[in-house]
Design a protein around this ligand. Structure first.
Ligand SMILES: NC(=O)C1=CN([C@@H]2O[C@H](COP(=O)(O)OP(=O)(O)OC[C@H]3O[C@@H](n4cnc5c(N)ncnc54)[C@H](O)[C@@H]3O)[C@@H](O)[C@H]2O)[C@H](O)CC1
Ligand code: K
Length: 523
């Protein structure tokens, strides 16, 4: 399970007046680091000291009762952070054993300065070690501080550092990694063997989450992660370009649609929801309920003939139109009446639904969202991809996404495929999951910050379609509707998990907590 200290993250972003929380590559982080040193101005060793104070504080917060820490230090500034943290923890009365993996000739300038400072500190024992058998004893109550490699990692670990990583991973002790688990690259992890990376209990990362933290295959290395603002220069953060952004509360607040005082139900849009088929009417009900709580004026549910009663009883707020077919969506009518259309949840891949979807794509003029079976159909009938109107929103989960974009061998490649597809077809393409990603028609890629694994349960995708559809109908652009919809959906999930826990969470809880989610953003 991941954990991000979003409050600290938000506070800091607001203080810097950032409207967008960017995510940077390791190379760019080095550039931002250097820019900050010149323009703050601050010496690099003073910046390292500031970082170490923040890190030591966070470590003491997590482990207030731990008395002994074993710090593994590499040659670069990550090792320097470790040495400075060790000194500060020793000054707090903790017992510190420091394992130096390299001779001081290999140390970076600031690491060497901190090595010399540490030698003058009491309660620390420095070990320059190059064999496992010489390592100091590590008890289950002790905590390992991993300060071997951070953003400067340039290749997979081998030799001595690899032996140390294997040893650390075989021990019972908890591990806190500084900035990154040693051995984990910041972005593309292909070619980095899985046994050469520290498995941290907690990762205390500096200023920004690293891209690789958002990849499911890296959960076992990153553990719980916390983002610690270290005061890098706001100018560098705003001017250095990156396609990656992180959606936080400060990003979504400006997107909230205004409610005109004299508005009536015609003012707030009319959504057509084409969802459900015989035996799959739950999808229709859930998406309709969610749409009704998304601020939209009117919702019409298009359902198979004879199924309308289900929706009318379950969601009295919606209007219902029945198809001619008794099984599935088979034809469209009066689509120009609506300010947005969402199609797909539970519609089946029946031949009649395929024909109707094709017809819809030919005739549609309003903003459009495609989900679930609508996506499966266009993945199989690929000429329909060229019929997608620009800015259509597609909301697949990973399996549906792979049908659209092809298979990937790691999550970084998945991001690239997602971005390329959004750019090629000029659509907004989601990949639902932890940190739902949203690829934009300009090639940018956003990560959502809300949500939890309690939401990994049937029907939550239908709820998302209803929310985003409702926002589209109110006139939000596709990009804004996708960002706000995904954020609200996850927030409703977090509020639900806070009330009833993740295990008991159902899709209906998300709908019921959407009001609280809106209020929490409006605050
Ligand atoms: N974010 C910031 O602004 C700050 C970050 N700080 C910390 O500095 C590190 C990054 O430091 P850097 O010196 O650039 O890199 P590393 O310490 O990660 O390591 C570089 C060091 O390691 C060697 N090396 C690289 N890969 C390997 C390998 N596979 N095997 C062996 N050796 C390797 C390389 O040659 C160098 O010697 C960042 O993570 C933060 O912890 C600053 O303290 C403050 C500002
Ligand atoms: K590290």
């Amino acid at each position: 399970m991941y954990w991000v200290d979003f409050d600290k993250y938000f506070c800091f972003s607001i203080r810097l007046s950032l409207t967008i929380m960017k995510l940077f590559s390791s190379t760019q982080i080095k550039e931002i680091d250097e820019y900050s040193i010149v323009h703050e101005p601050i010496t690099s060793v003073a910046l390292m000291e500031r970082v170490a104070e923040i890190l030591a504080h966070a470590i003491l917060d997590i482990y207030p009762h731990v008395n002994r820490f074993l710090v593994f230090c590499g040659p670069g500034n990550n090792g320097g952070d470790g040495l400075a943290v060790a000194r500060l923890l020793a000054l707090q009365g903790k017992c510190l054993d420091i394992v130096l993996l390299y001779d001081q000739e290999k140390f970076s300038t600031d690491t060497l300065i901190n090595y010399k400072r540490l030698k003058k500190t009491s309660c620390v024992t420095l070990h320059r070690i190059d064999k496992l058998e010489d390592l100091p004893e590590l008890g289950p109550q002790d905590v390992v501080i991993d300060a071997m490699f951070g953003t400067g990692l340039s290749r997979p670990l081998n030799g001595w550092p690899l032996e140390v990583v294997t040893y650390i991973n075989s021990c019972q002790a908890e591990v806190v990694s500084i900035d990154m688990p040693s051995g984990l690259p910041g972005e593309d992890c292909s070619g980095f063997p899985s046994d050469g990376i520290v498995c941290a209990t907690n990762t205390l990362t500096l200023q920004f989450p690293k891209l690789s933290f958002f990849f499911p295959e890296n959960e076992k290395y990153v553990g719980l992660f916390q983002v610690l603002p270290i005061g890098l220069h706001p100018q560098a953060l705003t001017t250095i370009p990156t396609p990656y952004q992180f959606i936080t509360a400060s990003n979504v607040k400006p997107l909230l649609p205004k409610r005109a005082t004299f508005g009536h139900k015609g003012t707030f849009g009319h959504l057509l929801l084409i969802a459900g088929s015989k035996g799959m009417m739950g999808a229709s009900v859930l998406s309709a309920r969610a749409a009704c709580r998304a601020g939209v004026g009117l919702v019409t549910s298009h359902v198979p003939s004879g199924q309308g009663q289900i929706v009318q009883i379950a969601v009295p707020e919606v209007l219902v139109v029945e198809d001619m077919d008794t099984v599935c969506f088979s034809s469209i009518s009066n689509i120009k009446t609506y300010s947005a259309i969402a199609v797909g949840p539970g519609i089946s891949k029946h031949q009649k639904a395929r024909v109707a979807l094709r017809q819809l794509l030919k005739e549609v003029e309003s903003p459009l969202l495609l989900d679930a079976d609508a996506l499966n159909i266009i993945a199989e009938e690929r000429d329909m991809l060229d019929m997608l109107p620009p800015n259509t929103i597609l909301t697949p989960h990973p399996k549906e996404l792979s049908r659209l974009v092809g298979d990937w061998s790691n999550s970084f490649q998945r991001l690239e495929l997602q971005q390329a597809f959004a750019l090629k077809y000029q659509v907004v393409l989601l990949c639902k999951g932890a940190f739902t990603t949203i690829a934009l028609p300009n090639g940018d890629l956003l990560f959502n910050s809300t949500g939890n694994s309690g939401m990994a349960t049937g029907g939550t995708g239908d709820v998302l379609s209803g929310i985003i559809g409702g926002l589209l109908a109110q006139g939000l652009t596709s990009v804004d509707a996708a960002i706000l919809g995904v954020y609200l959906h996850g927030l409703a999930g977090d509020i639900s998990a806070g009330e009833i826990g993740q295990q008991a969470l159902t899709a209906s809880d998300l709908v019921n907590n959407l009001g609280k989610a809106w209020l929490s953003i409006l605050k």
